[in-house]
Ligand binder design. Structure first.
Ligand SMILES: CC(C)(COP(=O)(O)OP(=O)(O)OC[C@H]1O[C@@H](n2cnc3c(N)ncnc32)[C@H](O)[C@@H]1OP(=O)(O)O)[C@@H](O)C(=O)NCCC(=O)NCCS
Length: 174
């Protein structure tokens, strides 16, 4: 598996991974009508807009062979909503059939390394309170922070934080 920066040629695959993942992972958490409103076409355009802008964000993709993407991660350097964290993992999605094979962890590690190169020292991620992915962040050593935010009526997010990025570079963090 190769992890590299995303390019505009990846927009279609990014949209497919994103929309499929939203529909599966967030079913029963967000209202169905909200999830049904996401389309491949609109999300592809959103990715194109992001990748052709002067973005500060770090967008990495995992590919198992050239052009065959199985996941992506979006990191954002800069002051996060919760002090003193100075970067955020904004999105992380792995195709369902490739989950549980270390792809998510490799993407997080690569994002942490890229953020470090930009001078960041710590990381936060917001995750839906009812998303089983919380277990993944806990497994990677994330500390559950004492914050909670309202995303939609009845839908909340909690946050996990890593006070130092170094703790994410090695596998086997408890
Ligand atoms: C969360 C997600 C990115 C994890 O990616 P993944 O490639 O399946 O995870 P990995 O295989 O790298 O797992 C790394 C470790 O975390 C563990 N892990 C993975 N998902 C877990 C979960 N839901 N609960 C507990 N542990 C988990 C793995 O068992 C593995 O542990 P090990 O090192 O002891 O073997 C993936 O499940 C996903 O895309 N989910 C749907 C979208 C989503 O909810 N994204 C997060 C939005 S905030």
């Amino acid at each position: 598996m190769n992890i590299r920066e995303a390019t505009v040629e990846d927009c279609r695959d990014l949209a497919h991974i994103q929309v499929d993942s939203y529909r599966r992972a967030y079913a029963g958490i967000f209202p169905q009508a909200y999830l049904d409103a996401f389309t491949y076409e609109e999300q592809e355009q959103d990715w194109r807009d992001l990748l052709t802008s002067e973005m500060q964000d770090i967008l990495l993709v995992a590919e198992i062979q050239p052009g065959k993407l199985v996941g992506y991660a979006l990191g954002r350097p800069g002051i996060a909503e919760v002090a003193p964290f100075d970067s955020e993992m904004v999105a992380l999605h792995v195709r369902r059939e490739f989950q549980g094979q270390g792809v998510g962890q490799e993407l997080v590690k690569a994002i942490a390394q890229a953020l470090k190169r930009q001078g960041c020292t710590s990381l936060i991620v917001w995750v839906l309170e009812r998303n089983p992915a919380r277990g993944f962040y806990k497994r990677l050593g994330g500390q559950l922070l004492d914050v909670r935010k309202d995303v939609q009526e009845g839908v909340f997010e909690v946050a996990y934080g890593w006070p130092t990025l170094e703790s994410l570079f090695e596998k086997g963090v408890e």
